[in-house]
Ligand binder design. Structure first.
Ligand code: AMP
Length: 281
């Protein structure tokens, strides 16, 4: 596995792979890797000739007061894990190379980025879209792999790829969960032992919603209330509960078709997101 820090070097390598007609697959991450990330890497290994994993804690997607400085970083472990998965290139650019002092151009996603996560993190998706487009330009992937754990992110990226005519296939991978159902996340490491236990309420609430829908409930309002009720008293704050069409994340009144149930809440001040995707007749 080659570890590349230089942007120019990455671009030159990507150009060489292109000349050799190699299929490049990119898995963008912020590191502190867990099994969820590795599920993406394993899919990448199956799909491509050259697997590139980027690790970059992207400052522009964190707002002032968010957890940029304390975001978990485990470079040595990450490197070992990726080597074991047969990754070809670990791309770890420096923040000041990606955002030099005179950097002044952003990708601004539209309406989709104003709702759900966007309502609570207004500049988040601008940062995500900008860094992802930069990574696409640097790595020149044929395929890029993202997790459904960050479902709105995948919707924003798909929109950008379509709107800006990028010749890249986006592949989504289902959420990897811990044994008790909690979605794996680098941020779970912020939770206290007690908080980690209380976090079980998140998958439990989503499961309760799924069961209610399976038993015939079709009112999105009732499902949102059910989830809020299940979380209340356990989590400090519920930022939102969304019952929406899976591909556009527009809120539903009546539950039918491909439906995404998403939520964000805070436990011990730690902000966690999760979702489930259902097909409902
Ligand atoms: P992050 O390092 O948190 O930016 O995540 C990098 C990629 O891994 C994103 O596409 C995430 O959606 C994905 N990811 C994070 N957690 C999980 C998980 N538990 N299961 C599947 N994919 C995940």
């Amino acid at each position: 596995m080659r570890v590349i820090r230089s942007l120019v070097r990455m671009q030159k390598l990507a150009a060489a792979f292109k000349r050799e007609k190699k299929r490049i697959v990119l898995v963008p991450t912020m590191g502190a890797l867990h099994e969820g990330h590795l599920a993406l890497v394993r899919r990448a290994r199956k799909l491509g000739d050259i697997v590139v994993v980027s690790i970059f804690v992207n400052p522009s997607q964190f707002a002032v007061g968010e957890d940029l400085e304390r975001y978990p970083r485990n470079p040595a472990t990450d490197k070992r894990l990726l080597k074991r998965e047969g990754v070809d290139i670990l791309f770890t650019p420096e923040a000041d190379a990606i955002y030099p002092d005179d950097f002044d151009t952003y990708v601004v996603p539209g309406e989709i980025a104003t709702r759900l996560e966007g309502a609570f993190r207004p500049t988040h998706f601008r940062g995500v879209a900008t860094v992802v487009l930069k990574l696409f330009n640097l790595v020149q992937p044929d395929i890029a792999i993202f997790g459904c754990k960050d479902l709105q992110q995948t919707v924003v990226i798909r929109r950008m790829v379509a709107d800006l005519n990028l010749p890249i296939r986006i592949v989504e991978i289902p959420t990897t969960r811990d044994r008790d159902g909690l979605a794996l996340s680098s941020r779970n490491s912020y939770l206290s032992k007690q908080g980690r236990k209380r976090a079980r309420a998140i998958p439990a609430a989503l499961l309760a919603a799924q069961e209610k829908i399976a038993s015939g409930e079709r009112s999105a309002t009732k499902i949102r209330s059910l989830i809020k009720r299940r979380l209340l008293g356990v989590v400090a704050e519920v930022d939102y509960v969304s019952v929406a069409e899976r591909h556009t994340l527009t809120e539903l009144k009546e539950i039918s078709g491909e439906v995404a149930i998403s939520l964000a809440c805070r436990i011990d001040g730690v902000r966690l997101i999760d979702n489930i995707i259902l097909k409902v007749n």
